[in-house]
Design a protein around this ligand. Structure first.
Ligand code: ADP
Ligand code: ZN
Length: 631
């Protein structure tokens, strides 16, 4: 027997959008997906982070008879979504390992009794008998698979538990409609999702991957910490995330920022659960403005006012990069995505990939593991190209995701830098001879004479630092032969030579620059060798673009800053009382729209973007009062 479930809500999709979520218009693709799901057709939505995938299943789940189960990989994601849904007046809950025994049982019973329209659940739970009992009792209208790329070993986040979702669906009395969502668009992953979930004649929609409000930049700072501090000092009123490749790097960056007096928090798998949770909340609740973290942080974090994401190290692949960077500017405001590149990052990532293991609690066979590693090394190559290209960065990303894109976006560091073709034949000869000379001297002295890029740049530039002098390298014939070039420029050219295979980075203990078979072409007698590369016309400034001052640039209209900060203070107070992050009450974009529209009546208040019926009822009065108007 099915329990009486909550009935579908009345009205059409557009009305439901406004009533529950407070928005007047759908974003691209949302209405199409919703219409298909209401028609009970299986659907796969491929949309970039921040595009608004959640509404695509949340709205149909309200309008369908029965309950929707949302399979989601991460606890933080579920909690955040349920918080937001509850605030919007939508009965929902989650089931995962963070619940105590009593809470778990109560939630399950309430779900059986039909108290929710949406229930989030971790994939592993689907195999449990108590969930089968729930499936027996409840009328499951839809199964939504969030972060659906986790189903594919060709995705970047393989979760074998996802492979058993279909088994669960097959056991249900009535086949629910299946909706799957991901921000990963590669063909292999897409095919795997359709095949493994056995989507039936699915409607597949890929929206554009471009996020126009995001500015992209790649920097190659000689001192990353200094570059980071420089950025943060000029953006002290914004909040953002600094991603690092390792726990150690997170700790270092966190410590340094804290010592300099910045309100930073940290997040990585080496911390205790309670500390991770506390730090995450400090960031979500705006008590700390900078989060330093490994990639363990953020999947499903829908903090809407993140205005920069800096990658202190190059990430493993473009998918991860776009997903992590995409956490900036979710509210549609302008935001910066900056990546600090250093050749060493490639080595770190290689090491991490070559030593990667099966995800916790899930076993992957050695052959599959080997295939995954090889595949990941290929993905690493692709992100390295992104970091070293002089073409438009946005176009590079879009093309990677299979979209056609123009050559110029005008909103990335490459488009804003004037590159010119430069003849680097002579510089190349000098650099390669320096590496030769060092190796020769090593042979004479019968000891290794190989060094990293920094030391070689120092020798060529003629630096007088202790390391060079102590090692007697100032007596080399190549010492100081590039005195007129900056260290940065020498490094840029050296990196290019490595990319092009004229030199290589090798070394078991630490990376050293060494010759390759191709090096011989460079120093062969005669002048047949020629080499050109694209170099910035002037030295690259540390950050090309002035800050995306969110307030000023939003919607091209100035707002009353005094009023805005009063509304923000009010929002903080309400958030504290309701024990939810401030953005769950209203996003910055909503407050800004409120300042512009200056509503006087409840009807006007309802016109503000992001104000739905539940929020009007809960917060309309206090906000109207605080704007100095009477109801
Ligand atoms: P995704 O899951 O695709 O990364 P979300 O579903 O978290 O994106 O949505 C990102 C943000 O966009 C959220 O703050 C959400 O409230 C907002 N949003 C979604 N749809 C709309 C819409 N139609 N109009 C305005 N804002 C929207
Ligand atoms: Zn560009």
């Amino acid at each position: 027997m099915c329990s009486p479930a909550l009935p579908p809500v009345s009205g059409n999709a557009q009305e439901v959008l406004k009533r529950y979520f407070g928005y007047s218009e759908f974003r691209t693709g949302q209405d199409d997906i919703i219409a298909q799901l209401l028609d009970r057709r299986d659907t796969l939505g491929i949309m970039p982070t921040g595009a608004g995938k959640s509404l695509c299943y949340q709205i149909p789940s309200l309008m369908l008879e029965g309950i929707t189960l949302v399979v989601s990989p991460l606890i933080s994601l579920m909690k955040d979504q349920v918080n937001a849904l509850t605030q919007a007046g939508i009965p929902s809950a989650f089931i995962n390992s963070s619940l105590g025994l009593d809470e778990y049982r109560d939630t399950l019973n309430a779900a059986k009794a039909g108290a929710y329209k949406i229930l989030y659940i971790a994939p592993e739970r689907l195999q449990r008998p108590d969930i089968s009992a729930l499936a027996e009792a409840a009328d499951i209208a839809m199964v939504t698979v969030d972060e659906a790329h986790c189903i594919s070993q060709w995705g970047h986040d393989f979760r074998p538990g996802y492979g058993r979702i279909r088994e669960f669906i097959d056991r249900l009395k009535r086949k629910p409609v299946i909706s799957a969502f991901t921000a990963t668009a590669t063909a292999k992953v897409r095919e795997d999702i359709v095949r493994i979930l056995r989507l039936d004649n699915p409607y597949i929609l890929t929206t554009g991957f471009d996020r126009q409000n995001l500015y992209f930049e790649v920097q190659r700072p000689t001192d990353k910490m200094e570059a980071l501090l420089g950025y943060i000092r000029t953006h002290s009123d914004s909040c953002g995330i600094v991603y690092c490749a390792t726990r150690k790097a997170v700790d270092e960056v966190f410590q340094c920022l804290t010592e300099k007096g910045f309100a930073a928090a940290r997040y990585h798998a080496g911390l205790e659960d309670w500390e991770r949770r506390k730090n995450q909340d400090d960031f979500l609740y705006d008590r700390k403005t900078i989060m330093t973290a490994t990639n363990a942080f953020g999947l499903g974090i829908d903090k809407s006012n993140v205005s920069f994401v800096i990658h202190y190290n190059m990430p493993k692949n473009i998918e991860s990069y776009y997903q992590e960077a995409g956490r900036a500017g979710r509210d549609g405001e302008k935001a910066d995505c900056i990546l600090f590149y250093h050749g060493r990052d490639v080595q770190i990532n290689k090491y991490l990939i070559e030593n990667s293991e099966s995800p916790a609690e899930e076993q992957i066979s050695p052959e599959v593991l080997r295939e995954i590693r090889e595949h990941n090394l290929e993905l690493l190559k692709q992100i390295t190209f992104y970091c070293t290209t002089t073409d438009c960065l946005r176009s590079h990303i879009l093309r990677y995701f299979g979209e056609s894109a123009g050559q110029y976006c005008g909103n990335c560091s490459n488009c804003l830098t004037q590159f010119e073709k430069s003849d680097i034949t002579l510089e190349t000869r000098k650099i390669v001879s320096c590496v030769y000379r060092l190796e020769q001297r090593g042979t004479q002295e019968s000891r290794a004479r190989q060094f990293g890029k920094t030391m070689i740049a120092d020798i060529l530039h003629g630096s007088k630092n202790a390391k060079v002098l102590d090692a007697g390298l100032h007596t080399l014939s190549t010492y100081g032969i590039m005195a007129e070039a900056s260290i940065r420029r020498i490094r840029e050219i050296m990196e290019y030579l490595i990319e092009q295979g004229y030199l290589a980075v090798t070394g078991a203990e630490y990376p050293v620059v060494s010759r390759t078979a191709k090096s011989r072409e460079v120093i062969a007698p005669g002048d047949s060798f020629k080499l050109e590369m694209m170099l910035p016309r002037s030295p690259v400034p540390s950050t090309l673009k002035p800050a995306a001052s969110a307030a000023a640039e939003a919607a091209g209209q100035a707002v009353d800053e005094g009023l805005l900060s009063r509304l923000k203070a009010l929002r903080s107070r309400l958030a504290k009382e309701a024990r939810v992050p401030a953005y769950i009450i209203f996003s910055d974009a909503t407050l800004r729209d409120m300042c512009q529209k200056r509503p006087h009546t409840t009807a006007e208040f309802l016109k503000v973007s992001g104000v739905g019926k539940a929020k009007l009822e809960q917060y309309g009065e206090v906000f109207l009062q605080s704007m100095g108007t009477e109801l």
